[in-house]
Write a protein that binds this ligand. Structure first.
Ligand code: HEC
Ligand code: HEC
Length: 265
């Protein structure tokens, strides 16, 4: 009897809160759907199913079923979506929607199918680590970055060209949340680094490494944009040694002997 009463009253105490929660979720999804129909459905379809008619061989808008809230938060939060002009690579630009609207859009797209959720700050923040743990994270992150990301984003994350007129953007100074989401969702030509590929800790380490680049001074005066050891060495050879040779020639041309020989001639 007591057990029944207890469970009954506990249920009564907790269920309204749950119902309220569900309701506000539904309201958020509904709000997101309204924004979606106005701003996104022309390319992604009225129900996010995608529109396959092609322009220049590229589809108007892919299906968003199962891309998850993280993809929306990344694409809309970095201003890539809504895309202004289909066919070209989505550019990073000031976001069109407020954070509240992005949240609603993300909730709506997440309701279409299961996909990666927006990461929590505890997933990528290194604030809670001790000094030594932080150093270790940076070293590990640097190794992961060198093997997985430099091919496209270059050694210092300053970006690079990609096939078919595309480019990998500079990833210095990007909000850690968007770095995490980019790895998680693999926007456009970028590979997807799902949590099976790169665990959440490894993603956090990469972010720690990228942040450590921010406060690294350029020791030799001016940086060459981290083109890599070979090209930087070549630069030093051609311009550094080239300058020395030019200087030596200049000195040789201005000695007393050379001016004397000119006078004699
Ligand atoms: C002009 C057409 C257009 C509009 C408008 C547009 N999109 Fe897109 N969207 C695209 C195209 C094209 C891609 C694929 C980009 C690529 O992969 O090259 C895309 C990709 C995406 C992706 C990434 C999907 C993935 O697989 O990770 C998301 C998320 C997204 N759009 C959300 C939105 C939202 C939300 C809006 C409205 C605010 C919107 N889009 C408006 C054309 C559009
Ligand atoms: C195959 C090439 C490729 C690889 C490998 C790659 N990326 Fe990218 N990355 C891209 C491209 C292309 C974009 C631009 C996508 C877009 O504009 O939608 C991008 C975008 C990003 C962005 C978004 C930058 C911004 O301005 O919002 C971040 C952050 C990022 N990449 C991080 C990484 C990290 C970290 C790795 C390694 C774990 C990695 N990328 C590996 C090609 C690549």
């Amino acid at each position: 009897m007591f057990g029944l009463l207890l469970t009954g009253s506990l249920y009564a105490a907790f269920s309204p809160a749950q119902a309220g929660q569900a309701e506000s979720d539904e309201a958020l999804v509904a709000k997101g759907r309204d924004i979606f129909i106005v701003g996104c459905s022309t390319c992604h379809g009225l129900n996010g199913e995608g529109i396959n008619s092609s322009r220049d061989g590229k589809i108007l808008g892919p299906s968003l079923i199962g891309v998850g809230a993280a993809a929306v938060d990344f694409q809309v939060g970095t201003g890539r979506m809504p895309l202004a002009q289909p066919g070209s690579q989505a550019q990073r630009k000031p976001p069109v929607y407020t954070p509240d609207e992005v949240e609603a859009l993300a909730a709506y797209v997440a309701s279409l199918g299961v996909g990666p959720a927006i990461p929590d700050e505890s997933d990528y923040s290194i604030a809670g680590l001790s000094e030594q743990e932080r150093e270790e994270a940076i070293v590990r992150g640097g190794q992961i970055f060198l093997t997985n990301c430099t091919a496209c984003h270059n050694f210092e994350g300053s970006g690079g060209a990609m096939p078919r007129g595309g480019y990998a953007p500079k990833i210095r100074g990007v909000d850690p949340k968007y770095i995490y989401e980019a790895m998680l969702t693999g926007p456009q030509a970028m590979d997807t680094f799902s949590n099976g590929n790169l665990s959440p800790e490894e993603k956090r380490d990469v972010i720690a490494y990228l942040q450590s680049l921010e406060d690294q001074p350029s020791y030799s005066g001016f940086g060459l944009g981290g083109m890599g050891p070979v090209s930087e060495g070549l630069f030093a050879w051609l311009f550094g040694i080239g300058l020395c040779v030019a200087f030596a020639v200049w000195i040789a041309a201005h000695t007393t002997r050379s001016s004397k020989s000119k006078v004699e001639a």
